[in-house]
Design a protein around this ligand. Structure first.
Ligand SMILES: [Zn+2]
Length: 384
């Protein structure tokens, strides 16, 4: 294994690699106005570089294809996450005036969302460390992902969901046999309740914002995008933003490829939030985030207190990226457009990628550029 240590993204102190090393012991979980001490996995990149190239000829097509830049020593015997197609969308490219537009179709994962990449790491580490119970807080996809992987392995999934959770998503959780804990509050409260229960019971965490190993799984989406484009990095990569883990992880993946000499450039990262709940947009623009009573139909990014902001901010800055907010009406229009002009049906949260890029195209000339939209999931709720 080429992972060497953990480093706090808040104070810069190092911590040792241990399965349940979740947050910096000095900075802790934050208090709502201060950011948590998120830890970041460090690697010996000089050593990992040649192993990375060698691993490309192993014939694996799941996330463990990139084992040398993952925090595990062996591939887990888990459902195969990753290896999803990168689909050209020429009709949408023409509409936006882009040279090329691709959709990273994460709906093809085992439980039909990108979260499976993180879950594959969580379950691999939990199994190797002797855990039988895992927990997570989620408006749907992360919990469903964990429930599916636990079902496959005979492990117990504890899913903490907000008071208002989609009937569709609860049904998926039940089908996988998850133990469902319904909070009396929103996602942020469900997150707190999951952390309290997890600490009390000694369960393994699949909360991506706190468990530093999980973004390592998510970053493989960047490795795949680059490899599928023959190591030519696109100009723009767009993803929806809730806690900030997915886009932060994607940025890390592209940075690592450049570090090991596999690629030459970084794509500009474009993060998109719903207009109703846009704390990351406000913070990145130097404004005070507002705790709001407003709601969005895009439940997967309805996060009032993003817990991985420091990671995302660092990656946005490194890539000269930006954050955008779009109203639900534009999310719905983008969802229809994607379905009718690309053949891939995204869930509303994932449609934020196209809505954001359409918005950006009204502010900047994108002609001649290439872009990738990360279609994080395609689970349709009955009401949207
Ligand atoms: Zn710290």
């Amino acid at each position: 294994m080429f992972a060497t240590s953990l480093r706090c993204l808040r104070c810069g102190r190092s911590a040792t690699l241990e399965p349940s090393a979740y947050l910096c012991p000095h900075c802790g979980a934050g208090n709502g106005t201060t950011d948590p001490g998120i830890l970041d996995v460090q690697y010996d990149y000089a050593e990992a570089a040649s192993a990375f190239v060698a691993s490309l000829s192993t014939g694996r097509h799941d996330i463990f294809r990139y084992l040398s830049l993952l925090p595990v020593s062996q591939p887990g015997d888990v459902l195969p996450a990753g290896g999803t197609p990168l689909v050209a969308a020429p009709r949408l490219a023409d509409r936006l005036g882009l040279r090329a537009l691709y959709l990273k179709d994460e709906t093809r994962n085992p439980t039909r969302c990108l979260k499976d990449r993180a879950t594959a790491i969580a379950v691999t580490i939990a199994r190797a460390s002797g855990y039988h119970d895992l927990y997570c807080a989620s408006a749907g996809n992360a919990a469903i992902s964990l429930a599916g992987f636990c079902a496959h392995q005979g492990l117990t999934c504890h899913a903490f969901v907000p008071r208002i959770a989609s009937v569709t998503r609860l049904d998926w959780l039940r089908r996988y046999g998850a133990r469902i804990h319904v909070s009396q509050g929103n996602y942020d409260q469900a997150f707190r309740e999951s952390e309290e229960a997890g600490a009390l019971e000694g369960w393994y965490s699949r909360n991506c914002a706190f468990n530093p190993y999980l973004v390592e799984g998510k970053k493989t989406v960047a490795f795949e995008i680059a490899e599928q484009l023959d190591w030519q990095v696109p100009d723009l990569v767009v993803a929806p933003v809730g806690d900030g883990c997915t886009l932060g992880a994607t940025g890390k993946g592209f940075r690592e490829l450049r570090t090991i000499g596999q690629t030459e450039h970084l794509p500009r990262l474009i993060g998109v939030q719903a207009e109703a709940i846009q704390p990351v947009v406000r913070r990145y623009q130097g404004r005070t985030p507002l705790e709001t009573e407003e709601e969005t139909l895009a439940a997967s990014i309805a996060v009032q207190r993003p817990r991985n902001y420091l990671r995302l901010r660092a990656e946005l800055r490194a890539s000269h990226g930006t954050m955008l907010a779009v109203p639900d009406s534009e999310l719905l229009e983008a969802q229809s457009l994607l379905s009718q002009e690309s053949g891939i049906i995204p869930e509303l949260t994932s449609a934020a990628t196209l809505a954001g890029l359409l918005r950006l195209s009204t502010e900047q000339d994108l002609s001649g550029q290439s872009a990738v939209l990360i279609i994080t999931g395609g689970r349709l709720d009955s009401n949207v």
